[in-house]
Design a protein around this ligand. Structure first.
Ligand code: A2P
Length: 257
């Protein structure tokens, strides 16, 4: 069986000059866990040019959704930014990734902390009914440079709150904390600083981050990950894996495109 499938683009939405999302058809045999990523791409000079993308859709949806940055001279995204409904796109058959629930031990609160396109795996995870069974509170934190870059996440959250099946429990348990660093907004500052200072917890009526009760999934730039891991270590959180579930897990947001 080929390692790569060809699927069709169903729709494309451009959120800012730098951000877009798109949906594709999904092979019936393609199974994944919410939070995982897969290689996707386009043929370039007769060869597949593939990059890692987190699924932003949930694993029970009929189509796949992806959230991408556009890099003007990026080998893949400079092309991918021009895809349209009906175009073909290549999708690998083997999803993988560390942002999966089985790598976390049980807790009371689940923090999903992201910057930029690092939101994508959490767009999938917030639609997973299991997190609402496992945790009392789910906190989705998303940091961007500018307000308009929050739009995709705002739409994901707004849709979730109105969802026929999950809306009621999400309205009860999900807290969304968007923040911006480079222009005025209700919440301002880097996610790391707002978590360290306790500002996010205070604002949302949650106690300070604590490894006894809180579980954390982290996805962002290498610099953001380094700072978040620093904070996790300061607070004595233990990193988890499938082999040894723990209190936090991290994954790099895929931006070299
Ligand atoms: P800042 O504007 O202070 O650089 P990017 O688009 O560069 O990935 O940034 C997305 C968001 O992540 C921005 O708000 C940016 O803030 C923030 N950011 C960048 N580096 C870090 C870091 N080391 N820790 C936390 N947030 C960061």
């Amino acid at each position: 069986m080929a390692a790569i499938d060809t699927q069709r683009v169903l729709d494309v939405r451009h959120w800012t000059d730098r951000l877009f999302s798109f949906r594709t058809t999904r092979d019936q045999g393609f199974r994944f866990e919410n939070g995982q990523f897969v290689m996707i791409g386009l043929p370039v000079d007769g060869k597949p040019l593939m990059r890692a993308y987190s699924m932003a859709s949930a694993n029970y949806e009929d189509s796949l959704e992806f959230f991408s940055i556009k890099v003007p001279d990026g080998p893949l995204t400079s092309r991918l930014a021009h895809i349209r409904e009906g175009d073909e796109i290549m999708i690998g058959r083997k999803p993988t990734g560390t942002l999966v629930q089985d790598s976390l031990t049980d807790g009371r609160r689940l923090y999903l902390v992201s910057t930029g396109t690092g939101l994508a795996p959490f767009a999938s995870i917030v639609k997973d009914p299991v997190i609402y069974e496992r945790f009392e509170t789910i906190v989705l934190v998303h940091g961007c440079r500018f307000v308009d870059e929050l739009a995709y996440g705002e739409k994901i959250v707004a849709d979730l709150m109105q969802d026929e099946y999950l809306g009621e429990i999400a309205r009860l348990k999900m807290r969304y904390y968007p923040t911006v660093t480079r222009e005025p907004f209700v919440n301002r500052g880097r996610v790391t600083e707002l978590l360290r200072s306790g500002e996010i917890g205070t604002e949302l009526g949650q106690p300070p981050l604590c490894p006894d009760t809180d579980r954390v999934m982290i996805c962002g730039s290498p610099a953001m990950l380094a700072d978040m891991v620093g904070l996790m270590e300061e607070l004595d959180f233990e990193e988890g894996s499938l082999a040894r579930p723990g209190q936090y897990v991290i994954e790099k947001a895929f931006v070299e495109r």
